[in-house]
Design a protein. Structure first.
Length: 300
């Protein structure tokens, strides 16, 4: 019997694990769906464990499948780096890294923090994904990203977390006299950040507030800038051009963590390590920027 960790069955598993769809995976490896399913079944028999859950709503990885997916991703990255290094004439980094995060840090922090690294290594490919905070861990669990940047700690064995810094969230409103000040802008109905901020600031959690929903952090900034309500936003995103001010009586900031999280592995590619080092070195100062020079004190 061939080693199941170096086999056509593993190739089939890796394709299904990436797509979570047997039809798309079959097309990728040029097999019929029945032949692909047979390879997966053979691998599960060899490993004596279930790798996928086949449910009416789709395919998902079991816990064992997630562990095997991590192995596949690590082996794939190591092979790609080795082949690149064997043919390399210089020391430029090569490979592909995907970074997923929430809206207020991807454009303003992650991209500028990595710009110099991308320029210095034109053959490296960095892909960026934005998603809601609650959806980010699943991207990591299913191998769709190498890094997750989130304010929420992934409390699961096998994952590392490093602190990049803190966002200092403040309540803002438009400078216009005609601005609406009794409506609070959030991302969507499940986002209760405004209520949580007000409770931390003055204990007003029981007081109902009127809310409106503006897609993401940039939608909130645009809405507040146009006088459509108040919003709780990271201080580092506020610029003088938006013509905003701190809401009257709210001169304190709520500092929330920004965490870099990834799967623990015995081996990291040079590109993986370089991305992590670059973010750890550069993200903190970007998160601490105060473009408007407002005097703001953090909650104690």
């Amino acid at each position: 019997m061939s080693n199941p960790l170096f086999s056509r069955q593993l190739e089939a598993f890796f394709a299904v694990g990436r797509h979570l769809h047997f039809g798309k995976a079959a097309d990728e490896v040029c097999l019929s769906q029945s032949a692909l399913s047979h390879r997966i079944s053979t691998l599960e028999e060899q490993l004596q464990t279930k790798l996928f859950l086949r449910l009416p709503e789709g395919v998902s990885l079991t816990q064992a499948g997630q562990r095997l997916m991590r192995f596949c991703l690590m082996a794939d990255a190591a092979e790609e780096e080795l082949l690149s290094d064997l043919g390399a004439t210089g020391k430029a980094l090569r490979g592909v890294i995907t970074i997923a995060g929430f809206s207020s840090v991807m454009r303003s922090v992650v991209l500028p923090a990595l710009t110099a690294l991308i320029h210095a290594n034109p053959e490296a490919r960095l892909h960026f994904i934005w998603d809601e905070v609650a959806a980010l861990p699943d991207l990591l669990f299913h191998g769709k990203t190498d890094f997750v940047i989130s304010p929420s700690l992934i409390e699961r064995p096998g994952y590392e977390a490093q602190l990049l810094g803190h966002e200092r969230n403040v309540l803002i409103e438009s400078q216009a006299a005609s601005a609406i000040r009794d409506v609070y802008l959030d991302h969507e109905q499940g986002d209760h950040f405004s209520e949580q901020f007000l409770h931390r600031h003055d204990g007003s959690s029981d007081k109902p507030i009127s809310r409106a929903y503006y897609m993401d952090i940039y939608g909130i900034l645009d809405g507040v800038s146009r006088g459509l309500g108040r919003g709780v936003v990271p201080l580092h995103l506020v610029t003088p051009a938006l013509q905003l001010k701190l809401a009257d009586g709210y001169d304190r900031a709520w500092a929330t963590p920004v965490l870099l999280q990834y799967q623990r592995q015995p081996y990291y590619t040079r590109l993986h390590q370089a991305v992590a080092d670059c973010l750890l070195a550069n993200a903190g100062p970007l998160l601490q920027q105060n473009h408007c020079d407002w005097t703001v004190h953090d909650f104690t």
